[in-house]
Design a binder for this molecule. Structure first.
Ligand code: ADP
Length: 445
C-alpha cells in the first residue's frame, strides 16, 4: 500500500494519540498496581501481627507487671523466647514486641531482642515514640498498620494487634511487628514498573516507527521533487534535439544520413515520452487530494478516442463503443486524472495490437462498482509476466521484442490513480489473442 501525504498526516496524529494513550494508561496502571500492592502488603502484615498475637500465651502476659522486675520472671523469659523464635522465622522483621499502657503512657513489656541489640528495651521501659494511634488500640481494640516511619534505626512499617484479657475483654497488651520498609518499597516499585516499562517501550517503538516513516516521507518528497525538476529540465534540450533533427532532415540531401537522422528523432521522441510519463507520475503521486465531481465518462472516452484517432488510423485500428456502453455515464471522479488513465489504457491497446484490429470499450456494473472494460485483439501479456506489469518500469518481453516504444510507467500510474479513487485495475490476457483491462470505480465516489 502506498501512503498519500494526507494519510501520512493522519498516521502522525494517530501515533501521537496512541503514544499519549499508552502513557496515560501505563501511569494509571502503575498507580493502581502500586496502590494495590501497598494495601496487600499492609493487609498481610496486619494478618501476621494478629496471628502472632493469637499464638502468645495470655496467662504469661497476665503475669507481667510492666516493670523492670519482670525480667527475672519465667513468664517474661517464656514470652521473650516465643517472640525471638517468631522473629527468626520472619527474616524481614526488625523486632517484635509487646506494649502496655499505664496512665496513658506506653511502655514495653517484652521484645524479641537480646540486651546487646540496638532495639532491645528493658521491661517497663517507656515507649516515647508511640503515637496517639498506637495508644488508641488499647481503647478501640482494632488492629493497625502504621508507617512507613523513620526513626534513628531506619525506616519501617509496623503491624499492631491487640491482645485482650479474657477475664474482662479489655486490651491487656498490643503486639507490634516492625518490618524494614525496603521490601515494601521494592514490591511497590516492581509492581508499578511493569506497566510503566510496557507503556514506555510501546511509546518508544511507536516513536521509532514514526521517525522511520517521517524519514521515508521526506525521502519520497525529495525524490519526487528531484524527478520533477529533472524531467522539467530535460524537456527543453529534448525539444531542441527534435527541432534540430527535423531541420537537418529537411535540409539533408544525402541518402546515407537519413537512417541516422531517423534514429536521432526516434530516440528524442522516446526520451520525450519517458520524461512526460515520469513527470506525470510524480505529479500524480504528490497530489494531496483528488478533485472529485460527477463526470460523464462517455464524453471523456470520446475525447480520448479523438486524441488517439491518428495513431489508431495509422495502424488501421478501429476504436468502438460496445452496445453495453451507456450514452451518458456519470461517475464521481477526478476528471483530469481519469482522462490520463483512459488515455494510457487506450493508447496501450492501440500500441500493442496488430494492424486492422478492433479496440472496444464496454461497460458493466455491480452493486458497488462501475467497470470500464477496454478490450483489444493484440499481442497479449505472457502469463508468467502478468504480475509484474503494474510495478513500474516493467515491460513484458513480447512488448520489448515488438520494438514498440514505452517506459513501463503507464500502468503503474493507472493503478495509483484508480486506487486513490477507491477503485482498481485488473486484466485478463492471452498471449497472441488479446487483453481486456477492467478499470473499476466506486459508485459512491
Ligand atoms: P509502456 O510504456 O511500456 O506501455 P505501461 O505501464 O503502460 O508501459 O505497460 C506496461 C507493460 O504492460 C507494457 O510494456 C506491456 O508489456 C504490457 N501491456 C500494457 N498494456 C498492454 C496491452 N493492451 N496489450 C499487451 N501488453 C500490454
Amino acid at each position: 500500500m502506498r501512503l498519500t501525504p494526507h494519510d501520512r498526516d493522519w498516521f502522525r496524529v494517530l501515533a501521537v494519540i496512541l503514544m499519549a494513550a499508552a502513557m496515560v494508561l501505563s501511569v494509571g496502571a502503575a498507580i493502581y498496581l502500586g496502590r494495590s500492592t501497598a494495601s496487600n502488603i499492609r493487609l498481610e502484615l496486619s494478618e501476621r501481627s494478629q496471628t502472632i498475637a493469637a499464638a502468645l500465651t495470655e496467662e504469661n502476659i497476665a503475669k507481667l507487671s510492666g516493670t523492670e522486675a519482670d525480667g527475672d520472671t519465667t513468664a517474661y523469659t517464656r514470652l521473650k523466647e516465643q517472640l525471638a523464635s517468631v522473629k527468626s522465622a520472619n527474616p524481614d522483621t526488625r523486632s517484635i514486641y509487646l506494649m502496655g499502657r499505664h496512665h496513658g503512657q506506653l511502655f514495653f513489656f517484652v521484645d524479641s531482642e537480646q540486651p546487646n541489640s540496638h532495639d532491645y528495651s528493658t521491661p517497663g521501659e517507656d515507649y516515647n515514640d508511640g503515637t496517639p494511634a498506637d495508644s488508641a488500640i488499647f481503647d478501640n481494640a482494632k488492629p493497625l498498620v502504621e508507617g512507613p516511619v523513620t526513626d534513628e534505626y531506619g525506616t519501617f512499617i509496623s503491624g499492631l494487634a491487640p491482645i485482650k484479657d479474657p477475664s474482662n475483654g479489655a486490651v491487656a497488651a498490643v503486639l507490634g511487628i516492625d518490618v524494614a520498609s525496603s521490601t515494601y518499597y521494592r514490591s511497590i516499585a516492581y509492581a508499578a514498573a511493569v506497566p510503566l516499562l510496557t507503556g514506555l517501550s510501546f511509546t518508544l517503538i511507536l516513536q521509532v516507527f514514526e521517525n522511520i516513516r517521517r524519514r521515508n516521507a521526506q525521502l519520497l518528497t525529495l525524490r519526487s521533487e528531484l524527478v520533477s525538476v529533472a524531467s522539467h529540465e530535460l524537456r527543453n534540450p529534448i525539444t531542441g534535439i527534435r527541432w534540430a533533427a527535423d531541420s537537418v532532415e529537411k535540409l539533408n540531401t544525402n541518402e546515407k544520413l537519413r537512417p541516422m537522422i531517423h534514429a536521432i528523432k526516434n530516440s528524442a521522441e522516446g526520451l520525450q515520452a519517458s520524461t512526460d510519463d515520469i513527470l506525470e507520475l510524480s505529479h500524480a503521486m504528490n497530489r494531496r487530494s483528488l478533485t472529485v465531481a460527477p463526470a460523464d465518462m462517455s464524453q471523456l472516452m470520446q475525447e480520448v478516442f479523438g486524441m488517439q484517432l491518428l495513431s489508431a488510423q495509422r495502424r488501421g485500428v478501429s476504436l468502438r463503443f460496445d452496445s453495453s456502453w451507456p450514452h451518458v455515464l456519470m461517475i464521481p471522479c477526478d476528471a483530469d486524472q481519469m482522462k490520463r488513465v483512459l488515455h494510457n489504457v487506450i493508447s496501450n491497446a492501440i500500441k500493442y495490437t496488430g494492424d486492422n484490429t478492433v479496440v472496444t470499450v464496454a461497460y458493466k456494473e455491480d452493486d458497488k462498482m462501475h467497470h470500464l472494460l477496454v478490450v483489444d485483439q493484440g499481442i497479449g501479456i505472457p502469463a508468467s509476466e502478468q504480475a509484474k506489469v503494474f510495478k513500474g518500469f516493467y515491460r513484458a518481453s513480447n512488448a520489448v521484442a515488438s520494438r514498440v516504444p514505452g517506459t513501463g510507467l503507464g500502468l503503474f500510474l493507472v493503478k495509483a490513480v484508480l486506487e486513490q479513487h477507491g477503485g482498481n485495475v485488473t486484466f485478463v490476457s492471452a498471449e497472441g489473442k488479446g487483453t481486456t483491462f477492467d478499470l473499476s470505480l466506486p459508485k459512491r465516489g
